[in-house]
Design a protein around this ligand. Structure first.
Ligand code: SF4
Ligand code: SF4
Length: 330
């Protein structure tokens, strides 16, 4: 019998505060990426999708014969609405940003694959547009699924893939069985690789939860260094950080230096180099739309801005690594 956290579930004090996009952009001199198509997708997310986060819940509730019946229905609807991945996780305090709370016990986590075609050169305008395009299309999947739940008399909340969420999508997706955490800080799925985005719908509908995956991917990362070598900003570490916390399959995490990544990411078309060079089953997931195997990507290294840390709370370990007097320095 599962012991649930009392509602509302409060974010763990050990977790970071909600990601402050504007604060980060302010720290690097503002938003400088101006690609018409990316701006168009961002505008559509804000004007067409943000107003649809809430909606009326039907008075008549759809009945399910069991939690397994409910999770099967939810997953089937998510796939029919365009999800490439769907899984269910119980929400714990460590899945919620500090100072936030949620009134739901379950996350229905959905993922959608990005087109490798657009990431053959990274950073690039095509990769930036694809990131925003998939945020919009996965946003539609999340919103339509939320509409269907409400129409079935089931209250739910929307956590859009683009951010400003109360929940951390990555730990929820790991628990929902999406793959394993890679050295680059993104989840790697055994067949889809790392090139997908994640959103969630939160609900109290009783469902069967999924299990974290251990397919040997994290062990592969311990030997592979491709993302670290190709990261233009040198933001990806060479060792795991042993601070006592572990991922759902018991591994200490690789902690990406966001203070190095973000200034580059914010100027270089949202970078994404670490995703498209990811060596894990590259030929398998890096296929083009016509089914042919895509080339290994080209990464033109540009000028790298100085590290920037707008928050004192989230980069302790990377800061230690940058400090030449620290034992973590390399
Ligand atoms: S997005 Fe680019 S700068 Fe950031 S960690 Fe990945 S490769 Fe490095
Ligand atoms: S490039 Fe290699 S080390 Fe980096 S996440 Fe992918 S498999 Fe792991």
């Amino acid at each position: 019998m599962k012991t649930f956290y009392p509602l509302p579930v409060l974010g763990a004090p050990s977790q970071p505060p909600p990601f402050d996009w504007q604060g980060w952009y302010d720290a690097v001199g503002g938003r400088t990426i101006t690609i018409d198509e990316a701006t168009m997708w961002l505008g559509r997310i804000q004007t067409e999708q943000y107003p649809r986060f809430d909606g009326p819940v039907a008075e008549t509730r759809r009945e399910f014969v069991s939690p397994a019946d409910a999770s099967e229905w939810v997953k089937g609807r998510a796939r029919a609405l365009g999800a490439d991945l769907v899984g269910i996780a119980e929400i714990e305090p460590t899945d919620i940003y500090r100072d936030r709370s949620v009134n739901y016990r379950y996350a229905i986590v959905v993922g959608a694959r990005m087109a490798y075609e657009q990431f053959v050169t990274v950073p690039s305008e095509s990769a930036a547009v694809e990131c925003l395009r998939i945020y919009f299309s996965l946003g539609e999947t999340v919103l339509h699924l939320a509409d269907e739940l409400r129409a079935a008399g089931i209250a739910c909340g929307v956590e859009h893939p683009i951010g400003d969420s109360s929940v951390l999508h990555v730990p929820l997706a790991l628990k929902a069985g999406f793959g394993e955490l890679g050295r680059h800080g993104s989840i790697i799925h055994p067949e889809l690789g790392p090139l997908f985005r994640i959103g969630s719908i939160l609900t109290n509908l009783e469902m069967v939860t999924d299990e974290p995956m251990d397919a040997g991917i994290a062990a592969f990362c311990d030997k592979c260094q491709a993302c670290r070598i190709f990261c233009p900003a040198d933001a990806i570490p060479d060792e795991r950080y042993h601070d006592g916390t572990v991922d759902p399959i018991g591994n200490p995490r690789y902690v990406v230096d966001t203070g190095k990544c973000f200034p580059y990411f914010a100027r270089a078309n949202y970078c994404s180099a670490c995703l498209s060079v990811c060596a894990y089953h590259h030929k398998q997931w890096a296929t083009m739309n016509d089914g042919t195997v895509g080339p290994y990507p080209t990464v033109p290294f540009g000028t790298v801005p100085a590290p920037t840390d707008p928050s004192e709370n989230v980069h302790i370990y990377p800061k230690l690594r940058r400090d030449e007097s620290s034992p973590w320095h390399r």
